[in-house]
Design a protein around this ligand. Structure first.
Ligand code: S3P
Length: 438
């Protein structure tokens, strides 16, 4: 448990890139491992979560290796996954767990899924329900958690499933189970969530139709599919860029360019919210890379104003609330958030963890059942953590990185209990932070 103190910093400047998108990296490995032939992936995120997915796909027969800067994957073909000989260790990764449960639910193999203390608390009932309807047999620990044993269906049945929670992971689990299921599997999505699965499956040649009726998305996947190997180019992760965007907005004198950031509309909610708070963020060189919209972001220090955040934007910035709370703590006036119940079942309970962390650092925060209300300092630095006290990060990478940014805009620094979780999604965070604040 390496504790670390993040000290007040000078302005952020320069031009750099953040590592590849975590969601897209998981999917590139999974789909490459299902395509027959060689898939090449550039820009893959080499974080622990994605490596957990790679290890699982290897355990089920795929060859996955890095040559030079590129990853090469030799897939086994849909329907040909091997039964893993040992438990699949998902580490801290909810995405690996839920998507791989989906993928294996329609294969006649038995797999055990295990994970760390954080992942072992997270709800899996949301995927157990639809995958059981498709014919998988799942024995979970009490409360529908890991460790969990799944017997995949030998004769899976297609379903039409209306998502009860706005979750790209649940949507993807059902669609991936649909890949090896005869007929058409349908997911109805009342609130749109990130659409990387749909975009990339279409790129790999799956037959998939997406229609929209009165704001509801309907996704149909044709089963017993064959995927064609691809060259996947992974854009920079907007969820990783978020920490540097907020840091540059908050630290006086900052002027930073982050190149090659994914700006898929189902992910770009934070940029719009920060702009509405008065943040100076300019999108440059808008382009498309590997089927995903990408831009370079120029971010300059700005005086932010607190706002009431529309809960409808939540799915498009679901992972960015911890760092948004830091921005709100330095804004002028009050920021209110509601409709964020899902934050309670992320890597940690992000409402409780951030309320405690920001309060410890001297911010004025009220915690409600479904959101936080934050009274900002109007740009003055936060006091920082008291001597001898440290922020509890609770095995949550995004809490660690958010409070690192809070440290940059504190008087006495912010000490966090553990930087190790950062490696799940952003192994180069500390080095990039040092470079940007040099
Ligand atoms: C992800 C979806 C989101 C997000 C997670 C990655 C994905 O979870 O929080 O970090 O890659 O599909 P939910 O879809 O469960 O909200």
């Amino acid at each position: 448990m390496p504790a670390h103190t993040f000290h007040p910093s000078g302005p952020l400047g320069g031009t750099f890139q953040v590592p590849g998108d975590k969601s897209i990296s998981h999917r590139a490995i999974m789909f490459g491992a299902l395509a027959v032939g060689e898939t090449r992936v550039s820009g893959l995120l080499e974080g622990e979560d994605v490596m957990a997915t790679a290890a699982a796909m290897r355990a089920m027969g795929a060859q996955i290796e890095k040559t030079g800067a590129e990853w090469r994957i030799h897939g086994v073909g849909i329907g040909s996954l091997l039964e893993p000989k040992a438990a699949l260790d998902m580490g801290n990764s909810g995405t690996s767990t839920r998507l791989l449960m989906g993928l294996t639910a329609s294969h006649a193999i038995t797999a055990t899924f295990i994970g760390d203390a954080s992942l072992s608390r997270r709800p899996m009932g949301r995927v157990i329900e639809p995958l059981s309807q498709m014919g998988a047999q799942i024995e979970a620990s009490s409360g529908g958690t890991l460790p969990l044993l799944q017997r995949g269906a030998a004769t899976p049945v297609p379903i039409t499933y209306r998502l009860p929670v706005a979750s790209a992971q649940v949507k993807s689990a059902v669609l991936l189970a649909g890949l090896n299921t005869p007929g058409i599997t349908t997911v109805i999505e009342p609130v749109p969530t990130r659409d990387h699965t749909e975009r990339m499956l279409a790129g790999f040649g799956a037959r998939l139709e997406v229609t929209q009726e009165a704001g509801t998305r309907i996704i149909r996947i044709h089963g017993e599919a064959e995927l064609r190997p691809q060259h996947v180019i992974v854009p920079g992760d907007p969820s990783s860029a978020a920490f540097f965007i907020v840091a540059a907005l908050l630290v006086p004198g900052s002027d930073l360019v982050i190149e090659n950031v994914g700006i898929n509309p189902t992910r770009a909610g934070l940029i719009a919210v920060l702009q509405a708070m008065g943040g100076d963020i300019t999108l440059l060189n808008n382009r498309e890379v590997g089927g995903e919209p990408v831009a370079d972001l120029r971010v300059r220090h700005s005086a932010l104003t607190g706002i009431a955040i529309d809960p409808a934007v939540a799915p498009a910035m679901i992972d960015e609330f911890p760092v948004l709370f830091v921005a709100a703590a330095l804004a002028q006036g009050t920021t209110t958030t509601t409709g964020l119940d899902e934050l309670r079942v992320k890597e940690s309970d992000r409402l409780a963890t951030m309320a405690a962390a920001l309060t410890l650092a001297g911010a004025r925060v009220e915690e409600h059942e479904d959101g936080l209300t934050i009274h900002g300092t109007g740009g003055d630095p936060l006091p920082g953590t008291p001597p001898g006290a440290e922020v509890a990060t609770r095995l949550d990478h995004r809490i660690a990185m958010s409070m690192a940014i809070a440290g940059l805009v504190s008087r006495n620094g912010v000490q966090i209990d553990d930087t190790a979780p950062i490696a799940t999604s952003f192994p180069t965070f500390l080095a990039l932070l040092a470079e940007a604040t040099r």
